[in-house]
Design a protein around this ligand. Structure first.
Ligand SMILES: Cc1cc2nc3c(=O)[nH]c(=O)nc-3n(C[C@H](O)[C@H](O)[C@H](O)COP(=O)(O)O)c2cc1C
Length: 189
């Protein structure tokens, strides 16, 4: 089973990363490994809406996204971890997601959705936000759902935590790290 994770937070050892690490620990304790991509360290240009992928499903921009297309295509499990920034996913996550327009073209214009493989494709979204209001979570989840639909991940779970602002606040949450660990184990069942 191939499992990939996107850390979309720029903050090293921040709340998103701590939460994701627990999910990965749950997966690793169950005997599987995870390839993690730190989107903040990758060079991913914004989608140019150039139409270059319309007829081929292949993006014509050559940057760090080039390798991610294959990783996304062949993954059985995909974890998307992001802080809430301005009521949505982080820009780091959104750059990668928008470049999946190439998969959108492949699926909807060329009628070639990504194959589900033997284990099916499942997703997990991890979100942390500093505010108490859940509007950011709702917007981010809508975006993540559109992403998963485009890359043919028919089901996903989501863990979201609000009022988590300062670095390390997630550790003080009564259940977050345990939830994340269990979500990792559940993801590979
Ligand atoms: C640019 C920016 C925008 C933010 N916008 C929101 C927001 O709209 N809603 C929210 O709940 N928190 C917002 N926050 C707070 C972060 O979501 C919060 O600090 C989170 O714990 C950061 O996670 P990290 O430690 O993984 O970076 C924002 C933080 C930054 C830096």
């Amino acid at each position: 089973m191939k499992i990939i994770a996107f850390n979309s937070s720029p903050r090293k050892n921040g709340n998103t990363e701590l939460l994701l690490k627990e999910t990965i620990r749950g997966i690793e304790d169950a005997g599987k490994s995870v390839v993690t991509y730190n989107l903040n360290l990758m060079k991913i240009k914004a989608c140019q809406d150039c139409g270059g992928c319309n007829e081929t499903g292949v993006c014509i921009i050559d940057d760090d996204m080039t390798g991610l297309y294959e990783a996304i295509r062949t993954a059985d499990r995909i974890i998307l971890a992001s802080p809430i920034f301005f009521f949505s996913l982080s820009a780091q996550a959104k750059l990668m997601i928008d470049r999946c327009q190439a998969f959108w073209c492949e699926k909807y214009l060329m009628s070639k959705p990504i194959d589900g493989g033997k284990s099916g494709r499942k997703g997990l979204v991890l979100l942390v936000g500093g505010m108490k209001k859940d509007v950011g979570v709702k917007c981010a989840e809508a975006c993540a759902t559109a992403y998963f639909r485009t890359i043919s991940v028919p089901e996903h779970n989501m863990l979201s935590y609000l009022d988590i602002d300062s670095k390390g606040d997630i550790v003080k949450h009564p259940t977050a790290l345990i939830d994340a660990y269990e979500a990792g184990k559940a993801l590979i069942k």
